[in-house]
Design a protein around this ligand. Structure first.
Ligand code: ARG
Ligand code: ZN
Length: 896
C-alpha cells in the first residue's frame, strides 16, 4: 500500500477550471462539480481516474451527456472519453454528510458552522477530483444555504455576487483569481463576525483583511490582526513579496486537527492560534499566534504561488515557510539577545522532538521516499529539520545571497508545482561562487538521508608553536532502510576564547593576518583538520555557534571550559548550550551511578550539582546585563525526553527522579536568589506581550515555581500563600497560570482550591479550559496519582474526545508530555494509551496516529517498561480495522 517517490508520473489529464455549486446541509450536502478537462498530451492515452472518498455519486455527464463509468475502490474510472487533446466538460454530482464527519478532513461541521480542511487529501471527500498538488485549476464556487443558520458564506478569492433565494435561503458566488491545487480549496459557512482592516501596500494596492470568529470572540482578535499586518509588511520588506489578493481572510474554528491551514485567501485556523486577550492567553499563546499567522500568510508565496509537485516534496513549502516564520519572529523580537532567545527555543524543539524522530522507527528524510499515509508525514522532520536545511543554505550563501536566490526561485517557478531540488538549485544558481553551489549535489543529501549526524571535534594545543589544531569528523547512524550514509555538507560556525573568556581573532595556517573572531567552516569530507596559528594560550573552542547545522556536536569539554563558555561566550546560543551541557553531564552521571538511590517515595535526597555549577547558575540569575528571557532558558534543566535521548537504555522513572533532584537542589540552594528574581521582575504598567516583558514574566514564573518547590521541602508556607494570592489577583493569564502551575506542580494543598476557582472563572472559555485540563494531566506524579486523575478528567462534563484540542489537553499531555507519570511499572499508562488510540481511531485517525507515536521510542526503554510497551503496541496493531494512519505508525514501531 506504500506510495513511492520514484513512481511519480505526471497526471494523464489536466483540469483547467472547476465550477462548484454547494447546497449546504449538515446531514446531506449536495455538490455539483463542473470541470473543464483535457488530456495531457505528454502522457499515454488512458482512462481518467478521479479520486473520491465517502461520497454518494448521483450523476456523471461528459459534454452534457450520460457516460459509462465504474467505481474501483476510491476511484471513479471513466474510459469512454473524447479522444484528442481538446477540452471537454465533465459534470459530477455527489452528496456527502458533513455532520457525520468526525475526521475533520474534507467538509465538516463545527458548532453549527461549515469548515473544510483539504490538505493533504481532503478534497476527494468533497467531490471526485484529480486530488494531487500538480493539478492546478481556476475555481469558481457558488454557495447556497439557509440564511438564518448560515448568514456568512465564504470561499477563496473574490466575492463576485450574492443575494436571496426562495425558502429563506441565500447564495454567494466566489471566484479565485489564481489557479490552485485542490488542497488549497476552502469554504466556510455559518454565524460569524469579522474584525476588518483596510490596508494599502507599499505598491499602493488596497486590500481588505478580515479575521472571522464566533460572535463574542471579536474582542480577542486584535493581536491576530496586528500579526497579519506585520506579516504582510515583513514579507514585502525582507523578500519583496506582496499580497496578491484584494481580500485576505482568516477564520477560526475550535475543531481543527492541526494548527492552521493556508487555503488561498481563506486561511482556516485553530482558535488556539487566533484568539487572545491578556486575561485569557499567555505570553506563549501571543507569540504562537504571531508565528502561526505569519506562517500561514507566508505560505501565500511559499506553498501557494509555488506549490509542491507531489507530497514527497512537502518540505519544499513547509521547511521553507517555517524558516520564514522563524526569521519573522526573530525580526519582530528585535534585539540581538531576543533573537537568540527565539533561536534557542527553536533548537530546543528540534532537539527534543525531531532528534528522537530521526533516531526512531518513524525516521524519514526531509524528502521521504515512501509513505502509506501522507498525514503521518506532517512531522518535525519535514517542518523543523526542513527549516534547518533552508537555514544552512541561508548561511552558505549569506542573507543577501539568499534573497537573490528566492527572487530567482519565483522568477523560474511562479505558478508551478515543483520539487525540493528546484528550490536548492535556484538558491545555488543565484550564488554561483558560494559553497552551496560548489557542493550542491552533496548538500542535497540533507534532503535524501535521514538521521542526525554527529560531528566530533578534537582540539590539540601546541604552546611552543602557538598552534591550535582542530579536527572535525562526521558520522551518521543507520536509519530504517538506510544502512550507510554518505558525508553531509555541514557548516560549522566557530570561535575561540582564551581562558579568561576573551574572543581570539582567528588566523588559519597560510593566512597572512588574523581575521574576525568568528567564521563558518564547511565540513564536506568525513573529516577536516584546521590549524589556527598565533594562538598564545590554550583556547576554549566555541563550536557550532547559533546551532549552525542540525547535528549532535561531540566534544570532550572539561567542566572548566564549559564554565568559561557559560560565563563569557559572545555567542548567546553557545552560552546557553554550555550550561545545558554541564547540567546534562551531571544528570547522565547520576542516572548511571548506582550509589545514588531513590528513597521509598521515589525521591533522591542528595545534592548532585557541584558547588561551582550552582555558583555559575547564580551568577547568570543575578547577572546585571543578561535578559530575563535568556536567564530563564539557562536556568531551565534539559527536559526528561532530551536527557533520555542521550542514553542507550532508558528507565524513565530514574530520569525523572534525577531531574527532580536537580531541580530541587537548584530551588533550595538558590532560594534567596529566586526570591530576589521574583521581586525584581514584577511588571508595572499595562500588559504587553513583547519579548522583554514576556521574558520578565517567564523568569518571575520560574522563580515562583522554584520557591514553591523549595517550600514543599522545607515546610515553609509563606511562598505558597503568596503564590495563591498572586493567582487570585493576577492581572493577566501568564502570571495567573504560572502561579496556578507552581501550586499544582509542587503538590501544595492550595492547588485544589486554586484549580476549582480557575475552573469557575473560565468555564465558558474553551481555550482556557484546555490549559486547566493540560496542567492536571501534565502534573508531577506523586505515588502514581496522575493516571487516576486523568481518568477522572475523561469523565468530566467538559471533556469531549471529539474535540482535538480537548483530547490533546488531557490525553496527549499525559501520554506524550509527562514521562514520569506515563511510564508506570504496572504498565497502566500503556494500557490507557492503547485504549485511547483505538477509541480515537474510530473517530479521527489523524489525531489517533499522533497519539500512537507516543510510544515510538519503546525499544530504548529498560525493563519492565520495554516489554509492556511493546505489548501495548501489539495490542493496537492486532485490531483488524485500523485506519491507514495508525496502522502505519504501529507497524513501523513494531519493526524497530
Ligand atoms: N499546511 C498546514 C500548515 O503547516 C498544515 C496542514 C496539515 N494538515 C494535515 N491534515 N496534515 O500550515
Ligand atoms: Zn505550513
Amino acid at each position: 500500500k506504500a506510495i513511492e517517490r520514484l513512481d511519480y508520473a505526471p497526471p494523464a489529464f489536466w483540469i483547467d477550471s472547476v465550477d462548484l455549486t454547494f447546497d449546504l446541509d449538515p446531514a446531506k450536502t449536495r455538490v455539483l462539480n463542473k470541470m473543464q478537462v483535457r488530456r495531457n498530451s505528454a502522457a499515454a492515452p488512458q482512462a481518467l481516474r478521479l479520486l473520491g472518498q465517502e461520497l454518494n455519486l448521483a450523476r456523471v455527464l461528459v459534454n452534457g451527456a450520460g457516460t459509462s463509468f465504474k467505481i474501483e475502490g476510491d476511484e471513479l474510472v471513466l474510459e469512454n472519453l473524447p479522444e484528442g487533446d481538446a477540452p471537454f466538460a465533465l459534470e459530477i454530482f455527489t452528496t456527502c454528510a458533513p455532520a457525520k464527519n468526525t475526521q475533520l478532513s474534507g467538509l465538516y461541521v463545527s458548532q453549527g458552522t461549515f469548515f473544510t480542511q483539504c490538505e493533504a487529501e481532503g478534497f476527494r471527500r468533497i467531490t471526485y477530483f484529480l486530488d494531487r498538488p500538480d493539478v492546478m485549476a481556476s475555481y469558481q464556487v457558488l454557495l447556497r444555504a439557509s440564511k438564518a443558520d448560515y448568514p456568512v458564506l465564504l470561499s477563496n478569492g473574490n466575492l463576485v455576487e450574492s443575494g436571496e433565494l426562495d425558502d429563506g435561503r441565500h447564495f454567494a458566488r466566489w471566484q479565485d483569481p489564481h489557479k490552485k491545487p485542490s488542497y488549497l480549496f476552502a469554504l466556510v459557512a455559518g454565524k460569524l463576525v469579522a474584525r476588518e482592516q483596510q490596508i494599502t501596500s507599499r505598491a499602493g494596492n488596497k486590500h481588505l483583511l478580515q479575521v472571522w470568529v464566533r460572535p463574542g470572540d471579536l474582542g480577542k482578535t486584535e493581536h491576530a490582526m496586528n500579526s497579519l499586518m506585520a506579516s504582510i509588511a515583513w514579507d514585502e520588506a525582507r523578500f519583496g513579496l506582496t499580497l496578491d489578493l484584494e481580500r485576505f481572510m482568516i477564520v477560526a474554528t475550535s475543531d481543527f486537527n492541526m494548527g492552521a491551514m493556508e487555503n488561498k485567501g481563506l486561511n482556516i485556523f485553530n482558535t488556539k492560534y487566533v484568539l487572545a486577550s491578556e486575561a485569557t492567553a499567555t505570553d506563549t499563546d501571543f507569540a504562537n499566534i504571531e508565528s502561526v499567522v505569519g506562517h500561514e500568510y507566508f505560505h501565500n508565496w511559499t506553498g501557494n504561488r509555488v506549490t509542491c509537485r507531489d507530497w514527497f516534496q512537502l518540505s519544499l513549502k513547509e521547511g521553507l515557510t517555517v524558516f520564514r516564520d522563524q526569521e519573522f519572529s526573530q525580526d519582530m523580537a528585535g534585539s540581538p539577545s531576543a533573537r537568540a532567545v527565539k533561536r534557542i527555543e527553536d533548537v530546543r524543539v528540534l532537539r527534543t522532538a525531531q532528534f528522537p524522530e530521526d533516531a526512531g522507527p518513524m525516521a524519514h528524510p526531509v524528502r521521504p521516499d515512501s509513505y502509506v499515509e501522507i498525514n503521518n508525514f506532517y512531522t518535525v522532520t519535514i517542518y523543523e529539520k526542513g527549516a534547518e536545511v533552508v537555514r544552512m543554505q541561508h548561511r552558505l550563501v549569506g542573507r543577501e545571497g539568499f534573497a537573490r536566490g528566492m527572487k530567482l526561485y519565483f522568477e523560474r517557478h511562479d505558478g508551478q508545482a515543483v520539487t525540493c531540488d528546484d528550490f536548492a538549485q535556484a538558491i545555488a544558481d543565484a550564488n554561483p561562487a558560494s559553497p552551496l553551489a560548489l557542493h550542491l549535489e552533496q548538500f542535497k543529501r540533507w534532503y535524501s538521508q535521514a538521521g542526525t549526524p554527529h560531528v566530533k571535534a578534537v582540539g590539540q594545543y601546541d604552546a611552543d608553536a602557538g598552534r591550535y589544531t582542530l579536527t572535525l569528523s562526521q558520522s551518521c547512524a543507520a536509519t530504517p532502510g538506510q544502512p550507510n550514509k554518505l558525508p553531509f555538507v555541514i557548516p560549522v560556525a566557530l570561535g575561540l576564547l582564551d581562558a579568561q573568556g576573551k574572543a581570539l581573532p582567528l588566523q588559519l595556517d597560510g593566512e597572512a593576518t588574523a581575521g574576525s573572531t568568528e567564521r563558518t567552516v564547511v565540513l564536506t569530507e568525513e573529516s577536516l583538520t584546521l590549524g589556527f596559528v598565533n594562538v598564545t594560550s590554550q583556547p576554549v573552542p566555541s563550536l557550532l555557534r547559533g546551532f549552525s547545522a542540525p547535528v549532535v556536536l561531540d566534544h570532550d569539554y572539561s567542566d572548566t571550559e564549559l564554565l568559561t563558555l557559560l560565563a563569557h561566550d559572545g555567542d548567546a546560543f553557545n552560552r546557553w548550550e554550555a550550561g545545558q551541557r554541564l547540567m546534562l553531564r551531571i544528570a547522565i552521571n547520576a542516572i548511571a551511578d548506582s550509589t545514588i538511590t531513590e528513597g521509598a517515595n521515589g525521591q533522591i535526597d542528595q545534592n548532585l550539582l557541584p558547588d561551582a555549577l550552582v555558583q555559575a547558575m547564580r551568577a547568570v540569575l543575578r547577572h546585571p546585563q543578561l535578559d530575563a528571557a535568556f536567564k530563564e532558558l539557562v536556568l531551565t534543566l534539559p527536559s526528561e525526553s532530551y536527557i533520555a535521548e542521550q542514553l542507550t537504555q532508558v528507565d524513565p522513572q530514574r530520569v525523572h527522579a534525577v531531574r527532580e533532584a536537580l531541580r530541587l537542589q537548584l530551588a533550595l540552594s538558590l532560594q534567596a536568589d529566586w526570591a530576589w528574581a521574583w521581586d525584581e521582575h514584577q511588571a508595572s504598567g499595562a500588559y504587553r506581550p513583547d519579548a522583554t516583558s514576556s521574558g520578565r514574566r517567564a523568569l518571575a514564573g520560574l522563580a515562583l515555581a522554584m520557591l514553591c518547590l523549595a517550600a514543599r521541602a522545607t515546610g515553609d508556607e509563606v511562598w505558597p500563600g503568596k503564590t495563591y494570592q498572586r493567582f487570585k489577583i493576577a492581572a493577566n493569564m501568564t502570571d495567573r497560570f504560572n502561579a496556578l502551575s507552581a501550586l499544582v506542580m509542587s503538590g501544595h494543598e492550595l492547588a485544589q482550591p486554586a484549580l476549582a476557582r480557575f475552573h469557575a472563572l473560565f468555564k465558558d472559555d474553551a481555550l482556557v479550559l484546555d490549559k486547566w485540563f493540560a496542567l492536571q494531566a501534565g502534573s508531577t506524579d506523586r505515588g502514581g496519582n496522575v493516571l487516576p486523575a486523568v481518568k477522572a478528567l475523561l469523565k468530566h462534563p467538559d471533556f469531549h474526545i471529539k474535540n482535538p484540542n480537548r483530547a490533546r489537553s488531557v490525553i496527549f499531555s499525559y501520554c506524550s508530555a509527562n514521562p514520569g507519570a506515563f511510564h508506570r511499572r504496572d504498565a497502566a499508562g500503556y494500557v490507557f494509551w492503547a485504549e485511547r488510540v483505538l477509541e480515537l481511531d474510530a473517530l479521527n485517525p489523524q489525531v489517533a496516529a499522533r497519539l500512537a507515536r507516543a510510544l515510538d521510542r519503546w525499544s530504548k526503554l529498560a525493563e519492565p517498561y520495554r516489554t509492556a510497551a511493546r505489548e501495548a503496541i501489539a495490542r493496537v496493531a492486532a485490531k483488524a480495522d485500523l485506519s491507514n494512519d495508525v496502522r502505519e505508525v504501529v507497524t513501523r514501531a513494531l519493526a524497530d
